[in-house]
Design a protein around this ligand. Structure first.
Ligand code: ANZ
Ligand code: ZN
Length: 801
């Protein structure tokens, strides 16, 4: 028989669809399993071969869980708001909704052609008003709980396009689209207080099973630092507070630096003698991104404030104050004490401006470079701290500062509040109204969703407002509180919004009175296994954990964390080992692969391509190998014979394969699971026969990887029912052992031979076998054996004199 994959795959996809085979059930008495993959952004390019890597992996897990008797939820949807669609709409004068529809249709057809077992009855789309009604509802709850607020923030402003740009649209300081200069502009923006959750977002990482690098990236992004706030005096009279992680180095603080945006600059304007110089430095700094400003390697610049000095609280000495762009207003207090002997940036700055460098921890050569690796050193030149270790000094000085009212311990986080406004059309409208009398007033929940109005043009207005601002009919409304005239918020939410809670909606996607019923949420959450790209392990994961925790606090969900387990796959690269991209011309189209080799081969190949967690280059020859493997599996039907239990010859191999495939799937070792099945196939081929029991087991094991082929063979074999209704096979541990095992034979601790022995071989038998070895015999001539050791299945050691 010929392996006609196209016909087989079409046939089974239709049957699965028709019978709704993979729908999750609302039978809350069954054990559940919730497998989740990041839903795609339906771009105009269609599916990328990278998408199926994640989707197939959790499809394998889901199919296995169904066979293990779980009620499985494996859903799919569309994260469809966002810039590329909006930009396409602007360029081609098509409504983004239409663009989205077309892209979704293409993606869906592509996903279906891969035979992924998604529950399509639960499909969601973030741009659907019935979905974003609840995104808006969550925003209202955040607002009502004081976690959404408006603040003047600096935004990226393209001087050419005259629009506010997202960070990702600014490349090297210029606009990605027109190449014009991008500057900072201050604009009032909606913010979410994620910082209020910073500590919990760190602490609860201990309660979840995420791969280490994901936890590390979460912790780094939140960036907890423990240290102290120290109040320096100034000759202007005001106290200048700094944040430092190294209060122990206070005696080495020889100057201070404040951020160019520090409010004291304006406050001291009449005292600062070189205000012109200061102002021009402020202007230059405003043009740089935080990233450019804090880059280690960059040349240090700054201006000394002439006319105001700081006063070191322990030495009472006057020290100069500078403004420099390497100090950010957004971190700590926007001011630092500079310790050039022990901080690299301070050292470079001090060298450039000829400032004193005072060593306070022994061990380095501070005239040559900053001695930063000094956490374990001993204090010098430090008055009351002299002779103490760094650790003791930290404790002592912070205590002293607190007792003298000059400072206190302080924890800081790198995490900033989340800028939640976008001046764009294609996003969720923010359901807030501005009234002259009442201020910012939330819309009534019963009036949600607030839908996007039809507009003529999606171009932002030239003054930096969202296109919604130009729709006066929509903007002008009445105040929900006082009934007076009011204006709608015209900013929309960022693309992160819809994906911050989508896993909840899948639990009950058609509910129009709640975001999902409590019963459904309690049953399905937390997600049991979430897999996604490394690029989403910081922001998306953090934002969705934050929303989940907030919804936990207000009683919507019952677990503090949304995802019990999180893993991440490596990227699929071009054949040349570089990232796939249009410009490199190395993009592989999944449609063509499926057409030429079939979905089962494509799936198997993507799982066989290498270690799941690492990047792997595309390899056409390896695809052919996978196809060949499936053809050989199909040909097993030609050598099928009767037999309802495993034959003696294959029994052990089958148990071992069940064990290997079962465990490897759980450990992301899809490639070695496939390799184990390939080994088994070779053994079967050597035997030139397979019986029914053996083939059934092999087909079930292979089913999650190659679902179409295995269903077809199950049917042809006449095994009864559909394969997807069968039970995952169990193995017998005692039959997983090899019949024979290699044992090392030592004489006086040195290996002299290696021989195969039966695994159940006794000590007497093992010793007898060992002594028969020529190399051993020879060594024992004329000697007395003083000791004999046998470590079962590993080694024999004979000690002789
Ligand atoms: C004195 C000192 C001595 C410092 C020393 C470091 C080493 P992390 O660990 O990242 O929290 N700093 C504080 N606020 C800053 C700001 N707004 N912009 C730039 N730098 C700032 O870093 C804390 C350290 O970064 C603080 O401790 C401060 O320099 C600097 F041997 O104070 B340190
Ligand atoms: Zn009002």
């Amino acid at each position: 028989m010929k392996y006609d994959f196209a016909a087989i795959e079409k046939k089974w996809q239709d049957i699965w669809d028709e019978k709704n085979v993979f729908a999750a059930h609302n039978d809350y008495s069954k054990p559940k399993y919730y497998a989740l993959v990041e839903f795609p952004y339906p771009s105009g390019q269609g599916l990328h071969v990278g998408h199926p890597r994640s989707y197939t992996a959790l499809d394998i897990v889901s199919r296995k869980r169904r066979l293990q008797g779980y009620n499985v939820l494996y859903p799919m949807g569309w994260d469809a708001f966002g810039l590329p669609t909006e930009n396409y709409a602007i360029k081609n004068h098509i409504h983004p909704e239409i663009v989205t529809k077309q892209n979704v249709a293409r993606f869906k057809q592509q996903l279906k052609s891969l035979g992924l077992s998604f529950d399509w009855t639960r499909e969601i789309n973030t741009t659907d008003p019935s979905y974003y009604k609840w995104t808006q509802w969550i925003f209202l709850q955040l607002f009502k709980h004081g976690l959404a607020y408006k603040k003047e923030m600096s935004v990226n402003w393209c001087t050419g396009c005259k629009v506010v740009l997202a960070n990702e649209e600014v490349v090297g300081g210029v606009c990605e689209r027109c190449g014009s200069e991008v500057v900072h502009r201050v604009k009032s923006q909606w913010m979410l207080k994620i910082t209020e959750y910073a500590q919990r977002l760190i602490d609860d990482l201990d309660t979840v099973n995420y791969i280490d690098r994901v936890k590390v990236s979460q912790r780094n992004w939140i960036g907890r630092s423990t240290g102290a706030q120290v109040d320096f005096g100034t000759t202007a009279g005001d106290l200048l507070t700094v944040f430092t992680t190294r209060a122990d180095t206070l005696y080495g603080a020889t100057y201070m630096v404040i951020s160019p945006e520090h409010p004291y600059i304006d406050a001291w304007a009449d005292k600062i003698q070189n205000m012109d110089e200061v102002r021009s430095y402020q202007e230059q700094a405003a043009k740089k991104s935080d990233f450019e400003r804090t880059e280690m390697a960059k040349d240090k610049t700054g201006v000394r404030l002439q006319g105001v000095n700081g006063i070191n609280p322990v030495t009472n000495e006057e020290i100069p104050i500078f403004i420099s762009d390497y100090v950010l207003m957004s971190y700590g207090t926007g001011a630092i004490m500079a310790v050039p002997a022990h901080d690299t940036r301070d050292w470079e700055f001090a060298k450039k401006f000829g400032l004193p460098i005072v060593e306070v921890v022994k061990g380095g050569n501070v005239n040559e470079e900053a001695f930063t690796d000094c956490e374990t050193g001993i204090m010098v030149n430090s008055g009351m701290l002299d002779g103490l270790s760094v650790e003791q000094a930290k404790e002592k000085i912070i205590k002293w500062l607190a007792e003298n009212g000059k400072g206190e311990p302080k924890v800081n986080y790198k995490l900033r509040d989340w800028v939640f406004s976008r001046q764009r059309y294609w996003g969720e409208p923010i359901p807030i109204v501005y009234c002259e009398h009442c201020g910012y007033v939330p819309m009534e929940e019963k009036d949600l969703p607030l839908t996007l109005p039809e507009v003529e043009s999606y171009e932002p207005t030239g003054d930096g407002e969202s296109p919604l601002a130009a729709i006066t009919d929509w903007v002008n409304t009445t105040c929900p509180k006082c009934g007076g005239p009011a204006k709608r918020e015209t900013d929309t939410m960022p693309q992160w919004a819809g994906s911050s809670w989508y896993f909840m909606r899948y639990c009950d996607p058609h509910n129009d009175s709640e975001l999902a019923s409590k019963e459904a949420l309690d049953y399905w959450l937390p997600v049991d296994w979430y897999n996604g790209g490394m690029e989403h392990t910081t922001l998306h994961l953090l934002y969705s954990r934050f929303w989940h925790k907030f919804l936990y606090d207000i009683g919507i969900v019952s677990t503090p964390e949304p995802y019990a387990k999180r893993t991440s796959h490596g990227m699929i690269l071009g054949e040349n080992g570089e990232k796939m991209s249009k410009s490199r011309g190395n993009v592989v189209n999944p449609d063509e692969i499926i057409k030429e080799y079939g979905a089962d081969t494509m799936r198997l190949y993507e799982m066989f391509i290498g270690d799941f967690e690492k990047s792997a280059p595309w390899s056409p020859s390896s695809i052919k190998g996978c196809k060949r493997f499936l053809e050989r599996i199909f040909n097993l039907l030609d050598i099928l014979k009767d037999g309802e239990s495993y034959s003696k010859d294959l029994e052990s191999s089958i148990h071992k394969t069940i064990k290997k495939v079962s465990e490897d799937i759980e450990n992301l070792k899809f490639n070695t699971a496939i390799a184990a099945m390939m080994t088994l196939l070779n053994e079967i081929s050597d035997q030139k026969a397979i019986n029914k029991a053996e083939l059934k087991t092999l087909l079930i094991l292979l089913n999650p990887f190659a679902p179409h082929l295995t269903e077809e063979m199950w049917e042809i074999g006449g095994f009864g029912g559909m394969l997807n209704e069968q039970k995952w096979p169990v193995y017998d541990e005692s039959k997983c052992n090899d019949a024979q095992i290699e044992v090392a034979i030592q004489v006086n601790g040195k290996i002299k031979a290696r021989i195969l022995m039966d695994t159940d071989c006794t000590q007497e038998q093992a010793l007898a076998l060992a002594k028969e070895q020529a190399a051993v015999k020879e060594l024992l001539i004329g000697k007395t054996i003083v000791k004999e050791i046998y470590v079962k299945g590993k080694l024999v050691n004979i000690v002789a004199k």
